[in-house]
Design a protein around this ligand. Structure first.
Ligand code: CP
Ligand code: NVA
Length: 313
């Protein structure tokens, strides 16, 4: 791990990710409950709503023997009621790790700069690294390996896509992304992903044609066309993204045993149809569950849990 924080999936290298996935798989298989993080406290500071991220972090910490405090958007008023550095410095005196969901990625960077304790990105406008880790675990469970697979991402070049392209290229997974003009992933992320792809031998394809991306893919991945904070653009985005829906016809271009992935929450009937999301090829509920297992491994590692590992169902 490059520093104390997880703001970007790039804070990990390939070996970090492999060992984390292996620990997460072990924890999942053995149903770990431990007192290893006894007397450690995690604060969740959220500017946006959440189901999976909040519940999985709370459970992860409790299953490791630690305590959790959730601070809702209204309670903290990050940058409104109180400055981001002040909130961060105060929480540093109380807790051992901060898990934050923010509108601006810059807010996380300010937190990290004013914090001695680890800051974990629980989703910002730029990245969703914990989701990417759960996605890799899910893919490896269903495909038995990662290297050499092909992910087709269809839709918005958003936070989820950014972390996923970086994670995939680091792990030797080919990545094809189909997005409308003006909605591709940012250049800085593309450049970094290309560097990872050059190192791992994977291939990146950018296209505006969803079928070209999905053709023969092992994984078909999509996410909402309108992320949290972009609600005022929802109507125009529905028009722009209309031909980027993952439906039965598009999915039929992928490999016969391709899996369908989505971080959820889904906007059924927009980026994905009911029949696809509810099909046997869909692994979205496994993805959601795996948030718990990867975050357990992550917290265990970041908070230095080494003792009292008691694995039990
Ligand atoms: N996938 C995900 O992060 O879901 P939540 O927004 O419900 O946490
Ligand atoms: N791209 C979505 C992901 C939600 C988990 C958003 O930011 O709202």
């Amino acid at each position: 791990m490059k520093g104390k924080d997880l703001l970007s999936i790039s804070d990990f290298d390939r070996e970090d990710i492999l060992s984390l996935l292996s620990e997460a798989a072990d924890m999942k298989a053995s149903g770990t409950w431990t007192t290893a993080l006894k007397r450690k406290v995690l604060a969740l500071v959220f500017e946006k709503p959440s189901l999976r991220t909040r519940v999985s972090f709370e459970l992860a910490m409790r299953q490791l023997g630690g305590q959790v405090i959730y601070l809702s958007p209204a309670e903290v008023g990050l940058g409104h009621r109180e400055s981001v550095p002040d909130v961060t410095r105060v929480l540093n005196r109380f807790v051992n790790v901060l898990v934050a969901r923010t509108f601006s990625h810059g807010t996380l960077e300010i937190m990290a700069n004013h914090s001695d304790i680890p800051i974990i990105n629980a989703l910002s406008d730029l990245e969703h690294p914990c989701q990417a880790l759960a996605d890799l675990l899910t893919i490896s469970e269903h495909k038995g390996h990662l290297d050499g697979l092909t992910i087709a991402y269809v839709g918005d070049g958003n936070n989820v896509a950014n972390s996923l392209i970086l994670a995939a290229t680091m792990m030797g997974i080919n990545f094809r992304i189909a997005s409308p003009k003006g909605y591709a992933i940012p250049n800085a992320i593309s450049r970094r992903a290309q560097k990872y792809a050059d190192e791992s031998g994977s291939r990146i394809v950018y296209t505006e044609d969803p079928t070209k991306a999905v053709n023969g893919a092992d994984v078909v991945y999509t996410d909402t066309w309108t992320s949290m904070g972009q609600e005022s653009e929802a109507a125009i985005r529905r028009q722009i993204f209309a031909k980027y829906q993952v439906n039965h016809k598009l999915l039929s271009a992928a490999k016969e045993d391709a899996v369908v992935m989505h971080p959820l929450p889904a906007h059924r009937g927009e980026e994905v149809t009911d029949d696809v999301l509810d099909s046997l090829q869909s692994v979205v509920i496994d993805q959601a569950e795996n948030r718990l297992h990867v975050q357990k491994a992550l917290l265990f590692r970041m908070l230095g849990g080494t003792e009292n590992m008691v694995r039990s169902r």
